[in-house]
Design a binder for this molecule. Sequence first.
Ligand code: ADP
Ligand code: MG
Length: 324
Amino acid sequence: VSSSRDEFDLIACIRTRAGKRDDVLLGIGDDAAILRMRAGHDLVVSTDALNAGVHFPDDTAPFDIGWKSLAVNLSDLAAMGAEPAWCTLNLSLPNADAAWLDAFLDGFLALATQHRVALVGGDTTRGPLSSAVTAHGFVPHDEALRRSSAKVGDEIWVSGTLGDAAGALRQWRDGAAMDTHLRECLDRPTPRVALGLALRSIANACIDVSDGLLADLGHVLDESRVGAQLELDSLPSSTALTTAFDAATRRELQLGGGDDYELCFTAPSARANDVIAAETSAGVTATRIGRVESKPGLRLREADGGVREAKRSGYVHFDAKDGI
Ligand code: ADP
Ligand code: MG
């Protein structure tokens, strides 16, 4: 919508609705925002784009696109143990539809308000529907959680349940009716911000599960130069997922499906009680699913004791078989 009147109307609408914070010295309206850093803290920055037809089905409600485009970025900050503060929004829209933008902002700002995140700038252009957000947050100096510091002997934990969003997508691709709970997990993921903050002094390593557990835990293991064994029977499942799929499909969705936005983290077994206190204070469950080992690779242990090596799977963007 470059240089048309419409673009400025849309931006004016965004400007009136963006939140405020004391550390935003200048928000939307100038050539750039002016933000005040918090003393004693590092700035943590993450960016992620959602494209129609790649990251969400074309019939996704604008509210949900707004919600999710911020949620996936807050999830990245959560995985670093960062407290979210500011964000910017790069919107590409096929046309200047004020009602669509209003509904998008309803979802986006509902989540922003929940986490006291101010929208401080962005860009608005014409093009295929896409929403790219950059989120900024704070951690006290040198306290950010990383994926590279898992230690041999650590227990591996995951928050919430796995495979729900992938279950909804599977139903959608199969032309089946989507279960309401599963669809809600797909469209409105809950970033585990409070858990990430609580884990800062407890976890050795942390990542958010966006591309599937095997893929994302695999990143932790690679970066930490360790291996692991997972107890397949302990993978947390929602009742909805268990009801909707047979055991083998459910397992596949839990291990390889994406879009969970749960935190997968490792912590010394001596800190298990602190992890439990952290999940309780954050209002989310966490489940122990395995252990870090010195032997490289990722092994999956069945309930009957059989162990097999995991094949890496997960969402790969430039793989022809992936995509909506
Ligand atoms: P410029 O030509 O300087 O890039 P723009 O017209 O693109 O200015 O933007 C004007 C102001 O509106 C800037 O402060 C910019 O950050 C903000 N802005 C534009 N699009 C968005 C958006 N989608 N979300 C939030 N702020 C936006
Ligand atoms: Mg611009």
